[in-house]
Design a binder for this molecule. Structure first.
Ligand SMILES: Cc1cc2nc3c(=O)[nH]c(=O)nc-3n(C[C@H](O)[C@H](O)[C@H](O)COP(=O)(O)OP(=O)(O)OC[C@H]3O[C@@H](n4cnc5c(N)ncnc54)[C@H](O)[C@@H]3O)c2cc1C
Length: 250
């Protein structure tokens, strides 16, 4: 028991659900909520630095995020309800590693970098390399996420979440895109982890029509059936969302 690693608790909005359902194995916890140093949102040169403990409410209210990453504000406004937005943190969303996490496609579409720290030092991992499988990450038990860094984003940002209803719903599909000469597009809930769609991005960057790109996307992703949605529905909606992204950002 003494050697058992402690589970980090930030806003506890995911941890508490698991605790309540009796599905949580850890019995020792490390509450980091009071570490204000992990809460700030600032600019460091050209880089937007979001502390791991920044809540959705903090993101919505931050002028830096409003100016630099408006699609993260949009995503945050659609997370849970006000109570969850006040407690849920971006670090918790990243570490929880759900393929349906709403901030994840936004962060993946802008090549965000996760800053991880332990007593041994700090390392930076691009979000596209952070997830190794379903609910699995490169994090070691002695590491904390301390921040997420986002460089300047060129191009029009676009975000959509499809759920059973507008609020308090887990995403069936979530997508974020940046319309630039090299478009960047990331999907949540269509694979075991958040995914970029490099073949589709390449087709669009190379001048393919949206019809051609839609065919590429349909080959590139292979969503699954689960209790929230069918694979067929997810595939069709993903293609529809790609078309809408292109139409609305053109
Ligand atoms: C009613 C309800 C509605 C919700 N709606 C949504 C929604 O619409 N969209 C969505 O994406 N999510 C939703 N969630 C899930 C949850 O609110 C988010 O994932 C939130 O961002 C989790 O943050 P937290 O600080 O509460 O994490 P916690 O519950 O404290 O922790 C979650 C996991 O991350 C780890 N962790 C937390 N912080 C760190 C850190 N800094 N370093 C390392 N590990 C860490 C914990 O050990 C734990 O494994 C909802 C949850 C509830 C209960």
């Amino acid at each position: 028991m003494r050697d058992e690693p402690r589970m980090v608790v930030a806003g506890a909005t995911d941890v508490y659900v698991a605790l309540n359902f009796g599905t949580l194995a850890p019995k020792r916890f490390l509450d980091i909520w009071a570490i204000d140093e992990l809460r700030g949102i600032s600019l460091s040169g050209d880089t937007l630095v979001i502390g791991a403990l920044a809540t959705y409410t903090d993101l919505i209210r931050s002028q830096h995020v409003v100016k630099r990453l408006p699609m993260l504000v949009e995503a945050s406004q659609l997370v849970g309800g006000i109570q969850i937005q006040n407690r849920g943190t971006v670090g918790g969303n990243i570490a929880n590693a759900s393929p349906a996490g709403d901030s994840l496609p936004v962060l993946a579409a802008v090549d965000a970098v996760i800053v991880i720290r332990s007593a041994e030092g700090e390392r930076r991992v691009p979000i596209t390399e952070f997830y190794t499988g379903y609910r699995a990450t490169v994090m070691r038990p002695n590491e904390l996420i301390v921040a997420v860094e986002v460089g300047p984003v060129e191009g029009k940002q676009w975000f959509r979440k499809i759920g059973t209803r507008a609020a308090q719903a887990i995403s069936k599909i979530v997508v974020a895109g940046v319309r630039a000469s090299a478009p960047k597009i990331a999907f949540g809930s269509v694979a075991p982890t958040v995914v970029r769609v490099p073949e589709t991005e390449k087709a669009l960057a190379g001048g393919a029509s949206i019809d051609e790109a839609a065919l590429v996307l349909a080959r590139e992703i292979a969503p699954i059936d689960d209790l929230r949605s069918s694979a067929e529905y997810r595939l069709q909606v993903s293609v529809n969302l790609l078309r809408r992204f292109w139409a609305e950002t053109g």
